[in-house]
Ligand binder design. Structure first.
Ligand SMILES: CC(C)(COP(=O)(O)OP(=O)(O)OC[C@H]1O[C@@H](n2cnc3c(N)ncnc32)[C@H](O)[C@@H]1OP(=O)(O)O)[C@@H](O)C(=O)NCCC(=O)NCCS
Length: 217
């Protein structure tokens, strides 16, 4: 049951990370699900997605919640009944939640070369200049995560990654930066925290994941 890590990102916000090494049945046996969650689980096409969903429920339990404490709004954003803010992400072998007393967004992404092919569609690629290809992949993944995390925090229809969300210049070693959302004639500022997580077990090659959190400044 590998709870991988708990990260205190501020005195009032905690990230919980699960590394999925269990098979479906082991995860399923260890969580209680509402009927609506069971129906969602049954409708998921891939077992990997199902395991990510179940691992999120394992994290709820670590944090003192259950699936019965959670509901989704009409856009798909998760909320906890006690008013604590929550954001959820899953990517391949990891699931993550963040709990906070203020609105927050989280994104977890595996670093893959595909991100460089699509980078011009979602970011200012001048921010990738003077980096090795490996660094460009890692940095573009952070930028993607920033945009996903801001999107999840804001949760409004019509937000475009390239046109409305802008990251400030940063270095990979900074582990933090800021971002702005320019939307509907209002500019909102966000503090961004990011870190890389290495998944290295003996059976699989080393894989880097990027974890990004966005909070209102
Ligand atoms: C919904 C979206 C944010 C999910 O992100 P993702 O990277 O595909 O997947 P993740 O695993 O990181 O996140 C999924 C979780 O986000 C949460 N989520 C879904 N919709 C959400 C919303 N509107 N607001 C906040 N959180 C949301 C859910 O908790 C979901 O997990 P769950 O349903 O299992 O609980 C994403 O698909 C999306 O729509 N992005 C914006 C669209 C866009 O502009 N894309 C790129 C254009 S260049």
């Amino acid at each position: 049951m590998p709870l991988f890590k708990i990260i205190d990102i501020s005195p009032t916000a905690k990230v919980f990370l699960w590394k999925i090494t269990e098979d479906f049945n082991e995860l399923f046996r260890n969580v209680s699900l509402k009927d609506t969650s069971l129906a969602r689980l049954e409708g998921m096409k891939s077992e990997s997605h199902q395991k990510g969903f179940l691992a999120v429920r394992m994290l709820f339990q670590v944090a003192g919640y259950t699936d019965f404490d959670l509901y989704y709004d009409e856009f798909g954003k998760p909320h906890l009944k006690d008013g604590t803010h929550i954001s959820i992400s899953h990517s391949f072998d990891f699931s993550a939640i963040v709990l906070s007393n203020c609105n927050i967004g989280i994104d977890l992404e595996m670093v893959k070369d595909k991100v460089l092919r699509i980078a011009p569609r979602f970011m200012d690629v001048s921010h990738l200049e003077n980096l090795t290809e490996a660094e460009q992949m890692r940095k573009a993944t952070v930028v993607w995560g920033i945009k996903e995390a801001v999107f999840k925090l804001k949760n409004e229809v019509g937000i475009s990654f390239p046109d409305h969300i802008f990251e400030s210049p940063f270095q990979l070693s900074d582990k933090k930066c800021s971002a702005e959302l320019h939307f509907k004639d209002v500019i909102q500022h966000y503090d961004i925290l990011f870190e890389e997580i290495e998944s290295d077990d003996s059976e699989n090659p080393k894989q880097i994941y990027t974890l990004v959190c966005a909070v209102e400044s």
